[in-house]
Ligand binder design. Structure first.
Ligand code: SAM
Length: 289
């Protein structure tokens, strides 16, 4: 496990993932009844962008200026993006940064926590011991939040079904091993078997279109409930970027969220795009009946 999210925090893919995730949580909270948020690969929860800029132990350029940095520079964000920006700024201030720009970027756990209500519950899994320790320190004594040093795929089996009978599961692995795609397909199958009505959000990198299509086709070999993909490409396939975009497969999506997100993804592609071929779109894989 060499992956550290620190270098990538706030990059274009984090922005797209966190905007979609925010809307999923808010849609879940439209119903009064509480729900479980399960984050299978939670990260450390807080990222100091000034450390990322210095390169920590490795010298490399920070990625956030071309992600959240570009969004902050705009004054015309659609409401779904503005809510996300406001949460990031609020987190930065609460972390003690009052200067220009941005210093502290929240990971998925804090971004989601900002939208949860007292009746909701969070389970955060992180397998890397140092990242888990940092995450546990973040949420020490925060009510209704559990931090587990547990394999995220095992957690799907262990945590579902949940007593709340409503769940949103984020699967956001590092894609360090080629086997990750297969593990995601298997985890989704287990999750749906254990809790058919839960909402699953699975992040994926967009490298080759064919790789993503094979992943989705593998998923669709079993009967799937309604499912769409929210994707943002920052460049076309021939631009030579290693990761030219990212997406989120959402299984059992909240009703009508697709209509709101379509234009938001197009706006994100416009702002985050780096080469011809940038585009954002929401595609239904299995339609609601
Ligand atoms: C992409 S990062 C998570 C980012 C986070 N979800 C966010 O949006 O802020 C992936 C994390 O998964 C952790 N990880 C890797 N393999 C894991 C596994 N099998 N189970 C749980 N966590 C794992 C890594 O240490 C890393 O912190």
């Amino acid at each position: 496990m060499n992956y550290r999210h620190h270098f990538h925090a706030g990059n274009f893919a984090d922005v797209c993932k966190h905007v979609v995730l925010g809307r999923l949580v808010e849609a879940m909270a439209r119903k009064e009844k509480g729900f479980l948020y399960l984050d299978t690969h939670a990260g450390r929860g807080r990222y100091d962008l000034s450390v990322a800029a210095q390169g920590d132990s490795l010298a490399r350029a920070p990625e956030w200026p071309d992600g959240i940095g570009r969004i902050l520079a705009r004054g015309d964000a659609p409401p779904a993006v503005q809510i996300y920006v406001d949460r990031v700024r609020e987190f930065d201030r609460q972390s003690g940064h009052f200067g220009e720009g941005l210093r502290f970027y929240p990971g998925s756990p804090w971004l989601v926590k900002a939208a949860l209500r007292p009746q909701d519950r969070m389970v955060l899994c992180e397998l890397h011991p140092a990242e888990k320790a940092a995450l546990a320190a973040e949420f020490h004594r925060v009510p209704r939040v559990s931090v587990l040093e547990l394999d995220g795929y095992t957690a799907v089996r262990a945590q579902l079904p949940c007593p709340e009978r409503r769940a949103l599961v984020l699967l956001d692995p590092p894609f360090e091993s080629p086997d990750e795609w297969r593990q995601l397909v298997d985890a989704l199958a287990v999750g749906l078997e254990r809790m058919p009505g839960a909402t699953f959000a699975i992040w994926y990198p967009l490298t080759q279109r064919a790789r993503v299509e094979a992943f989705l086709a593998e998923m669709e070999r079993r009967p799937l409930p309604p499912t769409w993909c929210a994707e943002v490409a920052i460049a076309g396939e021939d631009a030579g970027l290693k990761m030219r975009g990212s997406g989120m497969v959402v299984v059992n999506p909240p009703w009508q969220l697709d209509q709101e997100l379509g234009p938001v993804l197009a706006w994100l592609a416009d702002v985050l795009g780096r080469a011809p071929g940038a585009e954002g779109q929401l595609t239904w894989r299995v339609r609601e009946r």
